[in-house]
Design a protein around this ligand. Sequence first.
Ligand SMILES: [Zn+2]
Length: 636
Amino acid sequence: MIIIYQLGNEPAVEFAAAELTSHLQRILRDSTSVVLEKKDNFNQTTKDAIWVGTSEKFYSDPDLEVQDPELDDAIAIDIEGGSGIIAGVNPRSVLLGVYRFLTEIGCRWIRPGPDGEVLPSCENSDFTVQIREKASHRHRGICIEGAVSLENVREIIDWAPKVGFNAYFIQFREAYTFFERWYTHQHNPFKQAEPFSVEKAREYTRELEEEIKKRGLLYHAVGHGWTCEPLGIPALSWKPGDYHVPPQYVGYLAEVNGKRALWEGIPLNTNLCYSQPEVRKLIVNEVVAYLQEHPEIDFLHLWLADGSNNHCECDNCRKALPSDFYLQILNELDQELTARELNHKIVFLIYVDLLWPPQKTRLKNEDRFVMMFAPITRTYQSSYTPLSHLPPLPPYNRNHLQFPTTVEENLAFLRAWQDIFSGDSFTFEYYLMWAHYADPGYYNIAKVISEDIKKLKSLGLNGLISCQVQRAFLPTGFPVYLMGKLLWNDKLSFDEVAKDYFLNAFGQQGEKCYEYLKNLSRLSTPLFSEKEVYEQIEKIEKLIEEFQPVIKQNLQQDYTAQSRSWQYLDYHAQLCSRLAKVLEAVDSEDKEKAWQLWEELKVFLQKNEDQFQPVFDLFEYIETIERIIPKPGEGD
Ligand SMILES: [Zn+2]
């Protein structure tokens, strides 16, 4: 029998001890052989027990020293013959330590949800695991995007710390648009839309915050919206609507082309006239009030409007860059927060027009702020380069900016900001937002993720938040899994993580599967860059056809998780061969045929959506792919 002693009452420690208990009960196939008890003090002489708690309760260990014990993670696992301790420098690290111990004894979580769990079966409990590790990066997070059900988000929050992530980001105040897309079943006419309201979204967000807090994860919140909510206009989605701007606020909107109005009818894309002190005050007051009501937020994102080339052209705003006014707002906010003893971290965003650093303004209290670099226009076909060979910044040309696509141009902006800000920072990347749909094997994107993460330190960045569809698990969860593992330990080898992932996700024929998907990625790259499409399509069809027998043989596996993996791969093969035919028709400029095949593919996906919902975001897939398929009658 093993006793698990929970040392301390922090929610994440309590959850960690419960997770350890329930996993060991299942691994040992005997629920009576593992019991959980709470203890106030550590007793070194106890035998056959695993102690779970924060490290200061056991010993002071210089190996575990981190810069900031609340934000940084480090773990110590010292278990011999089934007895010992699992410690972390904070409650979240304790949970990460428990999952790491379980990983060492053979558990894997290949995708979120119960069908992603692979547990070993052990005869006895004489486990021996010795580990002392600090996370390579402070910021290791996933950000909500795409279309999601409450269950989808709950599952990914549960999964994230199992593979090493420590943060979750809920965008906007209530993530309304992401839920609404799912519950109203956008892009699926075969499903009945459910009524969905802002109140419902708020209720779900509160529930998810509890899941985040239960695990001690770092909670990032909001982002866009601070430029319209203070005017009483909601920031719910990127859809234009019939919004009313209160007359006293019209003069606060950015003046573009001589007009002060909502930008393309979208409140959250509308910038304000930031040179007016009242405008800045309005934003600052709104953020302060929000933080007073939301002490649970660890990192509050204060971003300006979304969209680009939409900044104010009035005489006063022209006197400085948007980033100068942005930093003024941030300085004014810091003053107010300090006066009220509010210690939240504020994340500011280096993105589109704000890529050009300020000319005059500097942040006064750097410790308050975290810089988030978001190179949304970069290519994801190549990875980061060393900072030494960077091009000069293009001049700032208000509202006529062209945004950088190469990694070098993007990094030049990062370096320019690093010259004026030396505080904490991380990158916000979109690998699994759109780019992965042009890489059906997920091999290329995984490679870019790996190479980027291995360079983050040399770029002066302390981690990454992945802005991604939550359901990026078809054909496999390898890219996100790898991201979690590498952000924890950037020395891990890509090949070894891949080998281990595929073996656990697919069983004995995992390696074949890995080769198949690698080839699929290689053959598919030209399709999206419109080179030699025709020959490639033939090769892709052959590859898929030849792999079919392997898939069919493996649909029944010992583990449910592995059976599911093969079923997903089977479905994915059908999707890929149908898409190849669509792209073939696009390439031969037969618009009618391309559109018809695309419609057929959509119906196939829509009718089967329920089976693949947890791993595949139909909404975002259709949004993304449809952009590259010309509509008959358009542009002729
Ligand atoms: Zn202005």
